[in-house]
Design a protein around this ligand. Structure first.
Ligand code: CMC
Length: 430
C-alpha cells in the first residue's frame, strides 16, 4: 500500500508538493514537513508548537480527548494502582516492566547511587536560607556533571546508562538537602535499605539521634504521586531536555535545563501556585470573584491547576489524585479546608460556560498540593517533588533520543518581523 500524502499547493504559482503522512501505532497521523523548506522555500509557523510533533517516541501516549495516558502501552490507572515508582521508572527507561529479579537489581543499583559527593553538600552553604529550592535544584543538579566527568561520554552506552541511574538516585537526596538547608537542619544520608519513597521521607523529616519510623501511608501515597508525575510525553520540560541534549550537552546539564523549564507556573510550578491561589481565595464566598478574574482578558490571573494543552476532557491523573485526596486526608486524620475549597471551586468552574467552551478541567497539579501538604511537605518544595518524579521521564527521553541514529541539533527558524537592513549611524548623528 502506498503511503498517504498531503498535497500542498501554492496559491499564486500553482506549484505543488507531496508531503508524506506518517502513521504511528496510536493517535493522530503526522505530516512530515522536513522537506518543506527545500521544496517550497518556506518555513512552517507554529507558535507554542500546537500542531508540531517534534520527534518520534515509543515511551508515552496521550489521547487528550479520551483522557488516556499510557506508558509503554500500560494505562496510568493500572500502573498507579498496582506498581511502584521505581518499577514505572524502569518501564519508562527500558521499555518493559521488570521481572522481580530485574526490579531488585534496579532498586539495588539506584539505592547504591543515592549518596552525593561530600563536596557537593558544601554547595548548599552558598545559598541563603530562604533560597527557593528550585533555584538550588537547578544549580546543584547541573553541577553534578563536575563530579562524573570520567563517565559522562554521551557516545558510550554504559556512561549514558549510569548517568540516568545517578540522576534518578540522587534527585531525592538533593531535594531533601534543599529542604534541610532551608530550615537549618543537618543533612540526612540516604538509606539504601529503604524504598525510594521511604528513603526520601526519612531524609526530609528524620531528626538526628532519633528513630524515625516512616509512616507507610505517607510512603504509599508519595509512591502514587511520583508514578502519576513520572512522564508526560513532549511537555515543555521534556522538550527542553531534548533540545539541550540535541547540542550534545551532558545529561546533568540537560536535566538541569528541564528543571528550570518545569519551574514555571504554566508547567510544574502550578502545584505551588494552586495552594497559594486557594489560600488567597480563602473561603467559598470569594470563589465567584476569582472565577470572574480568570475570565477577564484584561487580568493576567488564571485559574491555576486548570486547563491543559492536550487534555480536553479530563486529566486522568487529576481523577486519581482527587480520589486519593479523600482517602489520604482521612487516613492521616488531616482536615484541610483547602481541599473542600478546591472541590467547590472545581464544581463551580465546571458549570461555567467559559470553562465548558474552552474545555478547561482540573489538571494533575490541582489536587497534588493538597496531598503534599498533608504529608508535611512545604509549599516551596512542591515543584521539587514534581522534578524528582519527572526525572524518570526526562532520563527515559534522553536515553531514547541518544539511541536515534540520525539525531540532529534542534534548531528552529523564525519569522523575522524586525527592521529591514539599514546603515549604521555614528553616535553624534543619532
Ligand atoms: N484559567 C482561565 N483561562 C484559561 C486557563 C485557566 N487556567 N487555561 C486556559 N485558559 C483559556 C485561555 O486564556 C484561552 O482563552 P481564549 O481562547 O479566550 O484566548 C483558552 O482557555 C485556551 O487556552 P490556551 O492558552 O490556548 O491553552 P494552552 O494550551 O496554551 O495552555 C496551560 C495550557 C496549561 C498552560 C493553561 O491552561 C494554563 O496556564 N493553566 C494554568 C496553569 C496550570 O495549571 N498549569 C499546569 C499544567 S498541567 C501540568 C504540567 O504541565 O506541568
Amino acid at each position: 500500500m502506498s503511503q498517504d500524502t498531503l498535497t500542498v499547493t501554492h496559491s499564486r504559482t500553482g506549484m505543488t508538493a507531496e508531503l508524506p503522512i506518517l502513521e504511528g501505532t496510536l493517535g493522530q497521523p503526522t505530516v512530515d514537513i522536513n522537506a518543506f523548506n527545500s521544496k517550497f522555500g518556506y518555513f512552517s509557523y507554529d507558535p507554542g508548537f500546537v500542531s508540531t510533533a517534534s520527534c518520534k517516541s515509543e515511551i508515552t501516549y496521550i489521547d487528550g480527548d479520551a483522557g488516556i495516558l499510557l506508558h509503554r502501552g500500560y494505562p496510568i490507572e493500572q500502573l498507579a494502582e498496582r506498581g511502584t515508582f521505581l518499577e514505572t521508572a524502569y518501564l519508562l527507561i527500558n521499555g518493559e516492566l521488570p521481572t522481580k529479579h530485574e526490579l531488585d537489581a534496579f532498586m539495588h543499583e539506584v539505592g547504591g547511587e543515592s549518596m552525593i559527593h561530600e563536596a557537593l553538600r558544601h554547595f548548599f552553604s552558598g545559598f541563603h536560607y530562604d533560597a527557593h529550592p528550585m533555584a538550588m535544584m537547578v544549580g546543584v543538579v547541573g553541577s553534578l556533571s563536575a563530579f562524573y566527568h570520567n563517565q559522562i561520554d554521551i557516545n558510550r552506552r554504559d556512561d549514558r546508562r549510569i548517568s540516568a541511574i545517578r540522576l534518578l538516585a540522587k534527585m531525592p537526596t538533593i531535594a531533601a538537602a534543599c529542604y534541610r538547608h532551608s530550615i537549618g537542619m543537618p543533612f540526612v544520608y540516604p538509606r539504601a535499605d529503604r524504598s525510594y519513597c521511604e528513603n526520601f521521607l526519612n531524609m526530609m523529616f528524620s531528626v538526628p539521634g532519633q528513630n524515625y519510623p516512616v509512616d507507610p501511608i505517607a510512603a504509599k501515597v508519595l509512591n502514587l504521586l511520583f508514578i502519576l508525575h513520572a512522564d508526560h510525553e513532549q511537555n515543555a520540560s521534556t522538550s527542553t531536555v531534548r533540545l539541550a541534549s540535541s547540542t550534545g550537552a551532558n545529561p546533568y546539564a540537560c536535566i538541569a535545563a528541564g528543571i528550570a523549564a518545569l519551574w514555571g507556573p504554566a508547567h510544574g510550578g502550578a502545584n505551588e501556585a494552586v495552594i497559594k491561589m486557594l489560600t488567597e481565595i480563602g473561603d467559598s464566598s470569594q470563589i465567584p470573584k476569582f472565577i470572574a478574574k480568570a475570565k477577564d482578558k484584561n487580568d493576567p490571573f488564571k485559574l491555576m491547576g486548570f486547563g491543559h494543552r492536550v487534555y480536553k476532557n479530563f486529566d486522568p491523573r487529576a481523577t486519581i489524585i482527587r480520589k486519593a485526596c479523600y482517602a489520604v486526608l482521612e487516613k492521616l486524620d488531616f482536615n484541610d479546608p483547602l481541599f473542600n475549597l478546591a472541590l467547590e471551586l472545581e464544581e463551580i468552574a465546571l458549570k461555567d460556560e467559559y470553562f465548558i467552551e474552552r474545555k478547561l478541567y482540573p489538571n494533575v497539579d490541582f489536587y497534588s498540593g493538597i496531598i503534599y501538604k498533608a504529608l508535611g511537605i512545604p509549599v516551596e518544595m512542591f515543584t521539587v517533588m514534581f522534578a524528582i518524579a519527572r526525572t524518570a521521564g526526562w532520563t527515559a527521553h534522553w536515553l531514547e533520543m541518544k539511541d536515534e541514529p540520525n539525531q540532529r541539533i534542534a534548531r528552529p527558524r523564525q519569522l523575522y518581523v524586525g527592521v529591514p537592513q539599514r546603515e549604521y549611524v555614528s553616535i553624534e548623528k543619532r
